[in-house]
Design a protein around this ligand. Structure first.
Ligand code: PGA
Length: 253
């Protein structure tokens, strides 16, 4: 059965001390985690070692990088390789967040390389996709997201694709307070799953976790996560507030 996942994306926020306190507070809560549910903290790169240490005795809690580089090693000043991440115990990475696509010009082709290199080091890619407002207003969202999947993921064989987590994040809902309705989320998640089914078959499609991201908060998580094709969330702003994120974890199916 596919996992239900609450993933925190701290982005470029918090001091080390604030991050430690936040993690400790959340980890102390009984989130009722099980083999079907997991929590992932995508923390800023300088805090990864700290975060891995804090979750060491928590089998259902994982740490993610917010980005990786697409090359194995070498003269790439300032970049972080997947081997480095694996060597410190990081086992997830957000790939292709819309902020990286927009501010750092990350293309579907580059993201295909990043997904591939993550899988080579057994790092689970949390692959982000989603449309901007003009695309949604022109009702082009399904084709737009299909293209992102085709160009970055659909070159992978079935035994690799089942290791990828998808995060559908409509750009117009990120950090705006404007959430997609749970029906809009369900509609897109069903579309994404149907694309996996068409390419890889139903069994693969039904084993892939598809998270929703974009202004998820304690007050709307249960409604959104309750939809049949929504397997949890990738959470930015509300993951920085302990009580909010604890409630979001508890809202997982
Ligand atoms: P938000 O961000 O929850 O602050 O909208 C989500 C994300 O960008 O992953």
């Amino acid at each position: 059965m596919r996992k239900q996942i609450a993933a925190a994306n701290w982005k470029m926020n918090l001091s080390l001390q604030e991050g430690e306190t936040l993690l400790e507070t959340i980890i102390k809560q009984d989130g009722n985690l099980s083999d079907n549910r997991k929590v992932v903290f995508a923390v800023p790169a300088p805090y990864l070692v700290m975060a891995v240490g804090k979750i060491a005795s928590e089998p259902h809690i994982h740490v993610a990088a917010q980005n990786v580089y697409s090359k194995k090693s070498g003269a790439y000043t300032g970049e972080t390789s997947v081997a480095m991440l694996a060597s410190i115990g990081v086992d997830h990475a957000i790939i292709g967040h819309s902020e990286r696509r927009e501010y750092f010009n990350e293309s579907n082709q580059l993201l295909a390389e990043k997904v591939k290199i993550c899988l080579e080091e057994n790092i689970t890619p949390i692959f982000c996709c989603g449309e901007a407002l003009p695309v949604r207003e022109a009702n082009g969202q399904n084709d737009f997201v299909t293209r992102q999947l085709e160009e970055s993921l659909f070159n992978l064989p079935a035994e690799q694709i089942v290791k990828v987590v998808i995060a559908y994040e409509p750009i117009w809902a990120i950090g705006t307070g404007k959430t997609a309705s749970s029906d809009q989320a369900q509609e897109m998640h069903a579309h994404i799953r149907s694309q996996f089914a068409a390419k890889y078959g139903d069994e693969v499609a039904n084993s892939i976790s598809i998270l929703y991201g974009g202004s998820v908060k304690a007050s709307n998580a249960k409604d959104i996560f309750g939809k049949p094709d929504v397997d949890g969330g990738l959470v930015g702003g509300s993951s920085l507030i302990a009580d909010e994120f604890i409630a979001i974890i508890k809202a997982l199916k």
